[in-house]
Design a protein around this ligand. Structure first.
Ligand SMILES: Cc1cc2nc3c(=O)[nH]c(=O)nc-3n(C[C@H](O)[C@H](O)[C@H](O)COP(=O)(O)OP(=O)(O)OC[C@H]3O[C@@H](n4cnc5c(N)ncnc54)[C@H](O)[C@@H]3O)c2cc1C
Length: 346
């Protein structure tokens, strides 16, 4: 049987290796040049949503949700995603996306946002909520997937450059560093940061991920803290993962406006990581040469897609086809001009 080396043990590589083993592959190596989940996976917000603007992304997330649900409430907290629109334009966008999502079977409802204790909603014109969306802990969950993969026989090697290993097939799942393997890939690193408040008393147990539709400002509960994110006004392209403290005051002000019980809190922790952006914000998945396969370019939403991608890639590698349609994600879309932009990148 062919020896498959998976390069990168972030959530994507881990899920591919796990599903390869589940499907019966017996010679699989999962190699990471650093440690398990030490790349973007270890920096992620942990949001899992089906509320996207394109059908392909909705389907990937839907497939993944059933995997997360089977892991149970310890690993995946289904607190929902609440999108808030405060302008007519934002309202129209929410409604257009909701129609697409509902048409694909995602249970997104229009709601009165005051169901969230403490949330300030006087300026909200429309709110939509999907109760089956939720949050997780990406590094912890990825380590668990790797543990299960190892139990099934996957050879896990940390501090190992995958390029140095003998193999019949190399699967490049190296996130923002996937371009290091000599394959020309249209991905660009984009630095993004997360901020975490000090512990706050009385946070609702089921606080959803709250997203302001127009600005993309969003926050979730993480233990007794709130974890906050928002895109930079000027995108920070490049590999430098530095924290920009100049935005802290603005983010705290937005948080206090939307969730007044947080007023007066401070930022206790902040860190930055890399999105591996493609021109249309969809991943690149598929063969790129003899014995070479890629699964990268997840553009800031790869954790939530990794279970579906892991299974589909494993099926395709072992059986030549997958139950999930991977055709929208081929690299050829960039030369054939068949890209289909995903607008909802948070
Ligand atoms: C701030 C931030 C917030 C995010 N929020 C979310 C979110 O809410 N929801 C969501 O779904 N996604 C989110 N993401 C994106 C998400 O983290 C990733 O898309 C997802 O975890 C998949 O990552 P990956 O496995 O492709 O890459 P990574 O996690 O970066 O893993 C790649 C691994 O490859 C290894 N590697 C590199 N070169 C080699 C080599 N030559 N040999 C062996 N190993 C190598 C690296 O060491 C690394 O561990 C966020 C990302 C960031 C930065």
């Amino acid at each position: 049987m062919a020896r498959i080396v998976v390069a990168g043990s972030g959530s994507v590589g881990a899920c591919i290796a796990y599903h390869l083993a589940l499907l019966g592959a017996r010679d699989v190596v999962l190699a990471d040049r650093a440690e398990i989940a030490s790349g973007s996976t270890g920096k992620a917000m942990g949001g899992v949503r089906q509320q996207f603007s394109s059908a392909a992304e909705v389907r990937l997330a839907q497939e993944s949700i059933s995997f997360f649900e089977k892991l149970g409430a310890f690993w995946f907290q289904q607190v929902g995603y609440l999108f808030l629109a405060t302008t007519e334009a934002g309202l129209a966008d929410l409604e257009e996306r909701r129609e697409l999502q509902v048409g694909l079977g995602v249970p997104v409802e229009q709601v009165d946002p005051r169901f969230v204790p403490g949330l300030q909603a006087d300026d909200v014109l429309r709110a939509v909520f999907c109760a089956t969306d939720g949050v997780a802990d990406p590094p912890a969950l990825t380590r668990e997937v790797v543990r299960r993969a190892a139990e099934l026989g996957v050879d896990v090697k940390e501090r190992t450059d995958a390029q140095e290993l003998e193999r019949d097939v190399l699967v490049i799942a190296a996130g923002a560093y996937s371009g290091d393997f000599g394959v020309d890939l249209p991905i660009r690193p984009l630095a993004r940061q997360l901020l975490e408040t000090e512990p706050l008393e009385g946070l609702p147990d089921h606080l959803p991920m709250v997203v302001e539709a127009e600005s993309g400002f969003h926050f979730r509960r993480r233990d007794d803290c709130l974890r906050i994110a928002m895109a930079d006004a000027v995108p920070r392209w490049g590999f430098e993962e530095s924290v920009d403290e100049s935005v802290f005051a603005d983010r705290l002000e937005r948080l206090a406006h939307r969730y007044p019980p947080s007023a007066g809190t401070t930022i206790a922790r902040a860190w930055a990581g890399l999105y591996d952006m493609t021109p249309d914000a969809h991943p690149i998945i598929g063969p790129v040469g003899d014995g070479l396969y890629v699964a990268c370019g997840f553009s800031g939403h790869g954790f939530m897609q990794s279970p579906a991608v892991g299974r589909a890639v494993a099926e395709e590698l072992l059986h030549g086809e997958s139950s999930l349609d991977l055709s929208p994600y081929r690299i050829a879309r960039f030369s054939e001009a068949t890209t289909f932009p995903e607008d909802l990148v948070l």
